[in-house]
Design a protein around this ligand. Structure first.
Ligand SMILES: *Cc1c(COP(=O)(O)O)cnc(C)c1O
Length: 243
């Protein structure tokens, strides 16, 4: 049994949460000069039991889910109704797990080193497919976080641009926990600028479309600063209980 043990009365809470989040997202999209449906909602499903995830998919129209761990995703996926649902890996990927996950998910958002990018490209070549990925940026240069810091990113870009069987679809970030919303907005703004700068580079294996930023606590601010994919977990399913 997964954690967040199953309780039927929680279904209605999940539905209400998703409705509320969609309203807030639409409002922020319009405020930022876009259409109300220009931003995608990902339901982050780590630690959440399959019954709740299936409710979000079947009853609330969730069509994008994110999992952090390869093993957790693989052990859950057969109990999920994934018809027409996109699956993304959003947690740190060790190179020894690459083989297991390429071809199981539609996108790996958490490419945080040249080494892992190469491992994904090699595995995709073996499987004769093109792996869609996002590059994860450690925008606050925090030791505790994975992701490219500024220096590693500018160094790694040209190497990544030469990898085949890999399509870089955009950027992902988890900003530091901020003291003020002003501080947080600075990180989002910097990400938005990176995103647009890289778009200009026109590398052959880059097709910059997705700026993945914003979670339960800050998705509105992220949208106001250009995010077009928000990754929301606890605001949908409730607090996570880790074993
Ligand atoms: C857990 C997680 C989320 C969702 O976090 P919440 O604050 O619960 O919305 C988003 N992105 C990543 C990479 C995560 O690991």
């Amino acid at each position: 049994m997964m954690i967040n043990s199953f309780d039927k009365s929680h279904f209605a809470v999940i539905s209400d949460n998703i409705n509320y989040i969609r309203e807030q997202m639409a409002e922020a999209s319009i405020k930022s000069g876009r259409n109300c449906d220009d931003v995608r909602l990902m339901a982050v499903t780590k630690t959440v039991c399959s019954e709740y995830i299936n409710h979000a998919i079947n009853e609330c129209g969730v069509d994008l889910i994110g999992e952090n761990k390869v093993q957790e995703f693989l052990s859950k996926k057969d109990s999920l109704n994934l018809d027409g649902v996109e699956k993304h890996l959003i947690g740190h990927l060790q190179t020894n797990k690459v083989k297991k996950i390429v071809s199981e998910v539609d996108m790996i958002q958490s490419v945080d080193s040249v080494k892992v990018a190469k491992a994904i490209a090699d595995e995709a070549a073996k499987k004769q497919l093109v792996a869609n990925v996002l590059l994860e940026i450690n925008i606050g240069s925090e030791d505790s976080k994975t992701g490219f810091d500024k220096a590693a990113f500018s160094e790694g870009l040209s190497e990544i641009s030469e990898l085949g069987n890999l399509k870089i679809k955009g950027l992902m970030t988890i900003p530091p926990i901020c003291e003020s919303s002003l501080e947080c907005e600075k990180y989002f703004e910097t990400m938005y600028n990176y995103f647009n700068d890289i778009k200009q580079l026109k590398y052959k294996n880059f097709d910059m479309q997705i700026l993945s930023m914003g979670m339960s606590g800050d998705y509105k601010e992220a949208i106001l600063h250009g995010s077009n994919l928000v990754r929301v977990g606890s605001a949908i399913f409730g607090p996570r209980i880790y074993k």
